[in-house]
Design a protein around this ligand. Structure first.
Ligand code: PFF
Length: 444
C-alpha cells in the first residue's frame, strides 16, 4: 500500500480547487449568457446564487472528503456502510467522465487558436474569424487532433500525482491566470468608450431578466463551482484532518466570482469600444473577441494572452475531472500514471463523436440536439443537479448534526454561521434544485 497522497500546503489545495471551479464556465459560458441576458442583473443573480446555493454545497463536499480522507466512492461507503448512498460517488465519476469527454473538445479549439496566433495565421487586420472558427470546428483531423493534445497534457499532469502534478501546475497556472487577466483588463479599460461596457456589466437592468435566465443562472452556479459531482470530495480528501475547510471554501467561491467579473471586465469594454454587439452568444469568445483584438494595436499579442489564460483555466478544470475518475479506480493502491493514461485515452475516444458533431457528424441528433449539445445537456441539466440534490440530502439528513458541527467549526469562531449553513443545505438547496430541475426538464 502506498502512502496516502496529500496537498503540500493549504494554498495548494485552494488553488487546485479554485482551478477546478474557474474554467469554461466563468470565462466562456457566463460572459456570453451575460451578454444575452441584460448584463449586470444577471451577474448580480449569479453572485447571490453562488453564495446561497453553491457555497453550502461546496462546504458539504469538503466535509465528506476531509472527514473520511477517501475518494468519492469510498467516502460515502465509509459514512453510510451497507447502504446505497455510495451511488452518489458512482454518479459523480460517470458525470465527470462524460463532462471531460466534451470539455476537451473546447480545450482543443483553444489550442488550435493558440497555434494560429503563433504561426501568423491570424492578425494583420483582416482575419475572418467567423470563417476561421467554422474551419477549425468542422475539420475532423484538426479538431480531434487538438482535443487529443489537450487530453495528453491533462493525463501527464494527473499522472504525476497530487503534489508534483496537480498542485504544482495549479500553483503556476492560477497566479498566471490572475496576472494575465489584469493585463487584459487594463488594456480593455483604457480603450475609448470603455465605460459603456463597464456600465453594461454593472448597471443591472432587471427588466431583461426572464424566468429562463434565472433558471440558467441557477444551473450555472453548480457548473461554475464544480459542485454536485463529488470532485470536491476527492480534492478535500487530500487535506490533512486538522485543517479548516470554511476559509478555503470561501476563498474558492470568491476567487470564482472575481474571475467571472474579471472576464466581463476584460471582454465587454473592448467589445463596446470597438463597436461590436455583446449579444453574440457562444461565438462571443471565438469570433467576436478575436475580431475585437484584431482591431487593436498589438492585438495578436493580447489575443495570445487571452488564449493562454483561457487554456490554463480549462486545463486546471480538466485535471480535477480526470483525477476523480483515476482516484476512484486506483483507491490509493498506486499505478496512478498507467491508470491516468488508460482512463484519459478512454475519455478521449468517448469524446471523439462530440468533436465531430460540429462537422462531419453534425447531422446526427439525439433528442433533436447535436451529440455535443446532448452530452452537455445531460451533464449540466440532469446529472449535476441530481448529484447536487443527493449530496445536500446526504449531508443534511444522513450525517449527524453534531458531527457536522464538529467538522465545520473546528477552527472557526463563527458557530452561528453553522446554523445558517445547515438551514440552507437542508431546506433551501434541495427546494431550489427541485424547482429548477422540474423546470429545465419541462416537467413544470
Ligand atoms: N467548473 C468548471 C467550469 O466552470 O468550467 C466545470 C467543471 C469542472 C464542472 C469540474 C465540474 C467539475 F467537476
Amino acid at each position: 500500500m502506498e502512502q496516502k497522497e496529500q496537498w503540500s500546503s493549504k494554498i495548494g489545495f485552494i488553488l487546485a480547487s479554485a482551478g477546478s471551479a474557474i474554467g469554461l464556465g466563468a470565462i466562456w459560458k457566463l460572459p456570453y449568457v451575460t451578454g444575452m441576458s441584460g448584463g449586470g442583473a444577471f451577474i448580480l443573480l449569479f453572485v447571490l446564487l453562488s453564495l446561497l446555493i453553491g457555497f453550502p454545497l461546496l462546504l458539504a463536499e469538503f466535509i465528506i472528503g476531509r472527514s473520511t480522507q477517501k475518494e468519492a466512492i469510498s467516502a460515502y461507503k465509509q459514512i453510510a456502510p451497507g447502504s446505497k448512498w455510495h451511488w452518489i460517488g458512482y454518479l459523480g465519476v460517470i458525470t465527470c467522465f462524460i463532462l471531460l469527454s466534451f470539455y476537451s473538445v473546447i480545450g482543443g479549439w483553444i489550442i488550435q487558436y493558440i497555434v494560429f496566433c503563433l504561426t501568423g495565421k491570424v492578425g494583420g487586420g483582416n482575419t475572418d474569424y467567423e470563417m476561421l472558427f467554422m474551419e477549425s470546428v468542422t475539420n475532423p483531423l484538426l479538431s480531434v487532433g487538438a482535443q487529443a493534445l489537450f487530453m495528453i497534457i491533462t493525463i501527464m499532469v494527473v499522472g504525476k500525482g497530487i503534489q508534483t502534478g496537480i498542485e504544482k501546475a495549479s500553483k503556476f497556472m492560477m497566479p498566471a491566470l490572475f496576472i494575465l487577466f489584469i493585463v487584459l483588463i487594463i488594456r480593455s479599460l483604457t480603450l475609448e468608450n470603455a465605460m459603456e461596457g463597464v456600465s453594461f456589466l454593472f448597471n443591472p437592468d432587471f427588466s431583461k431578466l426572464n424566468s429562463e435566465s434565472i433558471l440558467f443562472a441557477l444551473g450555472q452556479s453548480f457548473f461554475l463551482l464544480s459542485v454536485g459531482v463529488s470532485v470536491m470530495v476527492t480534492y478535500s480528501s487530500y487535506l490533512p484532518k486538522g485543517d479548516s475547510i470554511v476559509q478555503p471554501a470561501f476563498s474558492v467561491v470568491t476567487m470564482n466570482l472575481f474571475i467571472s467579473i474579471f472576464a466581463g471586465l476584460a471582454i465587454f469594454p473592448a467589445v463596446f469600444s470597438l463597436g461590436f454587439e455583446p449579444t453574440a452568444g457562444p461565438g462571443l469568445l471565438f469570433i467576436v473577441l478575436p475580431s475585437v483584438f484584431e482591431k487593436m494595436v498589438l492585438g495578436t499579442i493580447f489575443l495570445l494572452i487571452f488564449l493562454v489564460l483561457f487554456l490554463f483555466a480549462t486545463l486546471t478544470s480538466a485535471f480535477s475531472l480526470l483525477e476523480i475518475v483515476v482516484a476512484s479506480v486506483s483507491k490509493g493502491r498506486g499505478g496512478r500514471n498507467r491508470l491516468s493514461w488508460i482512463i484519459g485515452i478512454l475519455v478521449f475516444v468517448v469524446g471523439i463523436p462530440s468533436a465531430l458533431s460540429f462537422g462531419i457528424w453534425s447531422e446526427i441528433s439525439i433528442f433533436e440536439k447535436s451529440i455535443f449539445d446532448a452530452a452537455d445537456y445531460l451533464v449540466s441539466n440532469i446529472l449535476m443537479p441530481v448529484g447536487a440534490l443527493l449530496i445536500s440530502i446526504f449531508v443534511s439528513y444522513r450525517m449527524q448534526k453534531s458531527i457536522l458541527k464538529n467538522e465545520l467549526i473546528q477552527k472557526t469562531k463563527y458557530s452561528f454561521l453553522f446554523e445558517v449553513w445547515y438551514f440552507l443545505l437542508r431546506y433551501i438547496v434541495p427546494l431550489v434544485i427541485i424547482v429548477v430541475f422540474l423546470d429545465v426538464t419541462g416537467i413544470i
